[in-house]
Design a protein around this ligand. Structure first.
Ligand SMILES: Nc1ncnc2c1ncn2[C@@H]1O[C@H](COP(=O)(O)OP(=O)(O)OP(=O)(O)O)[C@@H](O)[C@H]1O
Ligand SMILES: [Mg+2]
Length: 468
């Protein structure tokens, strides 16, 4: 069953239940009120009649008086639309507004009996032929003696008829209400269901790999919020998908380049039968360096994969950052000497921090190696260490080739190398700064890069010192 029908049925059930409960409550209380009002009215009338009859009550058995009062009672009976019976204290009927007087007739009615004992009473009876009838009996009291009783019987059917007419009109009204609710609930349900259906369709399309879809929903309710979150998720998915495709393409490309060289070199060695041993050696050395490059790329990739593992734990140790920097620079000195590059270290304070020493070593080594690699002969590299309250900052400033403004946003992407770097065949893999960024983020730190083409580059990292 679709959400549309479920909602419509829920609305319908609610309105039917509410209307049903309301109708039954209104009808029961109206019935009770009408009947009790009618009973009160009859009691009042019976008492009025009792007061009228009391003076001549003892003479009622005499024909002359009886005739006179029979007329009075009949008039009264017509006026209130009920049968009136006047009985003496033995229960003998003295006057009956509906049938002829007979002194022999006596009636044994519960209400009459009670009233003859001095208490007025009333009850409702149901007869097959005439329907519901209310009996009201009041005693006729002379000073303290009960000398007779007045019994009024009145049909309740007119009350029930008017109640049933009212019920019928309310029923019609209820059906109109239900119809109206169903019609309006369809409109509301449409408002709720149609974005949900749109979302479902979209999710199905996403399941088949279409990540560039968006959903448009009007308004500002929860569904709109859900759609917005969905759109954000789609944008992220799309980005991840593009990155994944790009990554696979990059890896393939990077691996293919050395493999192609190896293939060409080895093929030419195989096909050329009279190759001189020196050429053999030269080609084999080229093949060897291409294999080294392949290893370098795979090592870099595996290192990155390791860093991205969710369960990766850093091995924090208290480290003197000044010493770590000196060590990194010492190891890079041969590389710097090739181009006669001067590396200076500037640190005002001794900085101790809780870091993963090996990883931070790798991180600093990559940054400083870049500053050397992408620098001219006799260039300068300045490594600046600043101690802050809860963090430390390392700046690696070089006066090398710099990075073009349009390339700057991509330098942290895997395999990204500026055209210049590619052309120079400097041997990089383009993974260095991705690894750097990953390590800095693992230490909850921040990294930024500023650069100007042909002027130089500054890489800044700021890392919390942690609990030392
Ligand atoms: N200090 C710098 N000066 C100029 N260009 C830089 C500098 N650092 C990075 N770059 C540019 O950013 C690119 C990406 O750097 P990254 O360290 O990620 O890769 P790589 O140095 O090419 O390779 P790898 O570090 O893996 O050997 C470099 O190829 C280079 O073009
Ligand atoms: Mg590098």
């Amino acid at each position: 069953m679709s959400i549309r029908w479920k909602l419509v049925f829920t609305y319908l059930l609610l309105i039917v239940l509410t209307l049903g409960l309301m109708l039954s409550f209104v009808m029961t209380s109206l019935e009770e009120r009408n009947i009790s009002e009618h009973q009160d009215y009859l009691f009042t009338q019976a008492n009025i009649l009792s007061n009228t009859l009391i003076a001549e009550f003892l003479n009622l058995s005499q024909p002359h008086t009886n005739d006179y009062y029979t007329d009075v009672v009949k008039d009264f009976s017509k006026e209130i639309g009920a049968r009136i019976i006047v009985a003496d204290q033995e229960g003998r009927i003295l006057i009956d507004s509906y049938s002829e007087f007979s002194s022999e007739d006596s009636i044994r009615n519960k209400e009459l009996n009670k009233s003859l004992k001095g208490t007025q009473s009333s009850d409702i009876y149901r007869y097959d032929d005439i329907g519901r009838v209310v009996y009201v009996a009041v005693p006729i009291v002379n000073q303290t003696d009960v000398i007779g009783s007045i019994l009024i019987t009145s049909s309740l059917e007119p009350i029930y008829e008017s109640l049933s007419k009212l019920l019928n009109s309310l029923f019609v009204l209820a059906i109109v209400c239900i119809g109206f609710t169903v019609a309006t609930s369809f409109i509301f349900v449409e408002i709720i269901a149609s974005p949900v259906e749109k979302l479902t369709e979209l999710v199905n399309r996403v399941a088949f790999g279409k990540y560039d879809e968006k959903i448009e929903v009007e308004g500002n309710d929860e569904i709109k919020v859900l759609s917005n979150s969905f759109n954000t998720m789609m944008t992220k998915l799309d980005q991840v998908d593009t990155q994944r495709k790009q990554f696979v393409a990059n890896v393939s490309h990077e691996l293919r380049t050395p493999l192609t060289s190896i293939k060409i070199l080895s093929s030419s060695l195989i096909s050329d039968e009279a190759t001189k041993p020196e050429i053999y050696k030269e080609f084999l050395m080229d093949i060897d360096s291409e294999v080294d490059r392949l290893n370098e790329i795979i090592d870099g990739l595996l290192y990155l994969v390791d860093l991205e593992k969710k369960e990766l734990e850093l091995h924090y140790t208290n480290t003197k950052i000044n010493f770590l920097l000196t060590k990194v620079i010492y190891l890079l000195r041969p590389l710097a000497e090739q181009k006669n590059i001067l590396i200076e270290i500037q640190a005002e304070d001794k900085v101790w921090a809780s870091v993963d020493k090996a990883k931070l070593h790798q991180c600093l080594s990559n940054i400083i190696a870049n500053a050397i690699k992408y620098n001219r002969e006799n260039g300068h590299v300045l490594v600046n260490l600043v101690n802050k309250r809860s963090t430390f900052v390392i700046q690696v400033i070089d006066d090398g080739f710099g990075i073009a403004e349009e390339s700057l946003p991509f330098v942290f992407d895997r395999f990204y190398r500026t055209d210049k770097a590619r052309n120079r065949k400097s041997g990089g893999t383009g993974l260095g700064l991705s690894i750097v960024q990953q390590i800095v983020h693992l230490h909850q730190g921040e990294i930024s890069i500023e650069s100007e083409l042909n002027k130089g580059t500054t890489v800044t990292i700021e890392i919390p010192k942690g609990i030392i």
